[in-house]
Write a protein that binds this ligand. Sequence first.
Ligand SMILES: Cc1ncc(COP(=O)(O)O)c(C=O)c1O
Length: 362
Amino acid sequence: MRINELSTPALTVDLDVLEKNLDRMARYCREHGVGLRPHTKTHKTPEVAEMQLKRGAVGLTVAKVGEAEVMAGAGPEEILVAFPIYGSEKLRRLAALAKARRILISLDSETDAREVSGAATALGVTLGVLVEFDAGLHRCGVEPGKACVELARKVEALPGLSFRGLMTFPGNIWGTKEERSQESQRVGEAVRKAIAAFEQEHMPLEIVSAGSTPSAFLEIPGITEIRPGTYVYNDLNTYYQGVCKLEDCAVRVVATVISAAVPGRAMIDAGSKTLSSDLLGSGPKAGHGLVVEAPGATIIKLSEEHGHLDVTRSERELRVGDVVTVIPNHVCTCVNMHDEMFLVRGQEVTGSWRIAARGKIR
Ligand SMILES: Cc1ncc(COP(=O)(O)O)c(C=O)c1O
């Protein structure tokens, strides 16, 4: 089947581009002596996780226990749940996963550490712990420095837990090359402070985990591994930050023009339930995706099922029945909207993957 024969809207991935993106990051990490523990929240697909592991990933990262349960099927030796998991039902499931493979969890409170410890001891397993510190995003994490050591000592004293190191998410590294490199200085300083506090106490750190796609190629001293997620597919946010080229965007939503009745407008069958409502947070910070075949036709608004195109500056006339492909603003939330993803080589559709971890929010 050819791409333009797909029933739309349809999520597609160009396998050549995906493989190139995976190879590039794996090579970078190998050459720079840094571990790659990719965040699977972008693809939510065990087949992609297997490709990452085959290319040398040291483990996988997830945010949710449900994602960990799915990604366990890809056969990683270790999964990092980079999210403070709280609540007895979820912690029971997390501890159960640790019976068959190493599980690491990040947390930033003694309260959570006690809960995790209780769940681990109840099932007779040991969970690894990374203490999360705040490197400037102000989302989660204790202050870098003494507070990290204090929490690490509490973790070490609790049964069923093994303190393994530190974790931070440098999501504040965002924007233009200059903005990102400036912010990476701040993150670097936070990392240095956090590590120095442990050196002072002669406490070894096995892991210092950081990284994202916009920060992936900025070398921050002291980090032992990075966790980029978006790099597998890339999106407009990555493109406008200059971290990838447009041709490195592997995921496209194939859509059909279903109305052109209103002058200056064309409607496609891809709205917020297909593309997700996430706005563009970089570059022009406007629009809901890029129409590859007519970049001058801007997606100015999304209804649930309609994408509203302003075609007044379109390079070509868009007629009912025309098939277009859209690069999403934020690929992670877009992928999470879909049950399946069609695999493409050139113009041919060669198969599909079930997005097995989509919607796994618990
Ligand atoms: C904790 C954590 N690590 C890693 C990532 C991956 O970042 P990116 O999607 O920019 O590659 C995220 C993204 O939200 C995250 O929350």
